[in-house]
Ligand binder design. Sequence first.
Ligand SMILES: Nc1nc2c(c(=O)[nH]1)N[C@H]1C(S)=C(S)[C@@H](COP(=O)(O)OP(=O)(O)OC[C@H]3O[C@@H](n4cnc5c(=O)[nH]c(N)nc54)[C@H](O)[C@@H]3O)O[C@H]1N2
Ligand SMILES: Nc1nc2c(c(=O)[nH]1)N[C@H]1C(S)=C(S)[C@@H](COP(=O)(O)OP(=O)(O)OC[C@H]3O[C@@H](n4cnc5c(=O)[nH]c(N)nc54)[C@H](O)[C@@H]3O)O[C@H]1N2
Ligand code: SF4
Ligand SMILES: [Mo]
Length: 624
Amino acid sequence: MPAATPDDRLVLDAHKGHESGTLTHCPYCALQCGMRLRRTASGITVDGNPAFPVSRGALCVKGWTSAATLTHRDRLRTPLVRDAGGRLVPASWDEALDRAASALRMTRAAHGPDAAGVFGGGSLTNEKAYLLGKFARVALGTSNIDYNGRFCMSSAAAASIKAFGIDRGLPFPLADIAGAGAILLVGSNIAETMPPVMQYLDRHRQGDGALIVVDPRRTPTAQSATLHLKPAPGSDIALANGLLHVLIRDNLIDESYIRRRTDGFHRLRALVATYWPQRVERITGVPQADLERAARLPAGAAGAMVLTARGAEQHARGVDTSLAYINVALALGQVGRPCGGYGCLTGQGNGQGGREHGQKADQLPGYRRIDDEDDRRHVAAVWGVSPESLPGRGRSAYELLATIGEEDGVRALFLMGSNPVISAPNAGYIESRLRALDALIVCDFFVSETAAIADVVLPSAQWAEESGTTTSVEGRVLRRRAACEPPAGVRSDIDILCALAARLGKREQFAFRSPRDVFDELRRASAGGRADYSGITYEKIDAQQGVFWPCVSETHAGTPRLFGDRFPTPNGRARLHAVRHGAPAEDLDADFPIYLTTGRTLAHYQSGTQTRRVPELMNLAPTP
Ligand SMILES: Nc1nc2c(c(=O)[nH]1)N[C@H]1C(S)=C(S)[C@@H](COP(=O)(O)OP(=O)(O)OC[C@H]3O[C@@H](n4cnc5c(=O)[nH]c(N)nc54)[C@H](O)[C@@H]3O)O[C@H]1N2
Ligand SMILES: Nc1nc2c(c(=O)[nH]1)N[C@H]1C(S)=C(S)[C@@H](COP(=O)(O)OP(=O)(O)OC[C@H]3O[C@@H](n4cnc5c(=O)[nH]c(N)nc54)[C@H](O)[C@@H]3O)O[C@H]1N2
Ligand code: SF4
Ligand SMILES: [Mo]
């Protein structure tokens, strides 16, 4: 299959020759900054794309230097298989694919379909994430597929579904930030994790907007804030409940909105009555006067926004923490208003789309549920299989990996787009589980720490070498376009999945000629689901600079803002949740005397497989 067809390239100013280039998006984070790639004698050059309305030409240092990974000398250019002596050695594609397919087939024959597992990631395009889910259910028949987003923003996704009935990280366009009167930014260091967003925060401040940052560390983001609250790590629930206590006490909530649009306020009010400021100060360390000031800033504002990121979400009680902040946005009457509301700042390049189209253990494409009869029927019909043949719900990421080697655990794992030897919680233990597999098959561009312990490594094409779609932090579906061919010996992930499925006897269900073919099937599979992509076409994405889902027909423009007049819950109302503060799951003791918290560095991305190979980035930050 060719990695890119001519219509996947958008050539600008063709008559000027030197001006021509390919418009695409960054390989790294969920901001998906717009880029223009040009081929030169020395390789690909990267420019920001000023016409892309979100990043408006800006890129961070990772984006500027991203082309370095394409031609890097460590780049895998041939499959590798483990030989009898235990070494990874080069192999032909046929040999490597045969090895992978036979390992998966033998595991299934000996131990049942659930013994073959699949692990994906939020960096995969929608097309790949969708196909990976179909591969698990149709080619392998396993219930055990999950992905690295569980280690990322999953708790906020679960909280959004509980409160609003749907999970789209930002239910409004990012540009709303500039128009908000006040922003409560919780556990996010956006100045380093999505630097081009700072232009919106700068405009917000120029318009007299107030920025309240909640972070135990004095980060560059916190330094730019109107008010910085520094709670002890893990004390956010008490802080959010304390804010709500002051809002209610001082009559700063929107009672009419609460009555018309929410359920659960009475229980919540009774609970937060016990979070008086002195008590909150004792738990969080945030001075009472700061808490009261923080409550007054959004209360006076026309639009008030509450945004959370990993500092709030990555806790044993991350769902409750997200719910506590959602309560604040709802009580202020802001959810569904322009320039206000609640949002979760998703992290990975396709962290949003990657959680919608079936690479989760409990999910089918379009954010459908695998345990819902109607959902199963719909997707089975699109796939041309019987609903009964679809497996049920499998194990979620950590459980899937941690039970490897147990009686009913996974014994052969196919992994695409993650590096869990570095990034999984309890990583040392997870590495020992991966080593206990009968077979580990990894698709990557480089020999990541996880690929290094695999039995078969398949070299994949990179972002600039293939086309497809991603769904950004704001729920906007975008196109990645190929600017060059992959190196000889490298194949696209879609090609790899189709070749393996054919070897597993499912050639017919995996007869895709291009990413566009896959996307068209994804559209049909998602039609009528929560994340409905049925009306999104590649042409519409080009014409509109992206399309916000849901987009339910070809004549529908998409949905930049959700929740305007109702919530997609059974009664149309949002739900408030009374959540209490509790002690951390593991507290300090003599053996573990210090807190370690999350915190990324500007120059590096995730487990570092890509950015730790870029010389400029290594110069900026040589060690973690
Ligand atoms: N440079 C860079 N950018 C990235 C990435 C990268 O690896 N590098 N990865 C992308 C991905 S996948 C993600 S998920 C995002 C993450 O983006 P962010 O969530 O912005 O990044 P983090 O640095 O993980 O965490 C944010 C902040 O949470 C604070 N924090 C720690 N504990 C607590 C707590 O208990 N309460 C509160 N309120 N705050 C706390 C930390 O001090 C830290 O400053 O970044 C994306 N962008
Ligand atoms: N200690 C610690 N652990 C963490 C975090 C933390 O802050 N600290 N953050 C957590 C968070 S928020 C996240 S999102 C996870 C991320 O953790 P990981 O899942 O490990 O994320 P990456 O490092 O991006 O790994 C992706 C791997 O797949 C490869 N890859 C990228 N794109 C593709 C593709 O399109 N196809 C194929 N075949 N391969 C691809 C990359 O080269 C890389 O080796 O880590 C989590 N774990
Ligand atoms: S902010 Fe994110 S999307 Fe933009 S250039 Fe940097 S890594 Fe790429
Ligand atoms: Mo993440």
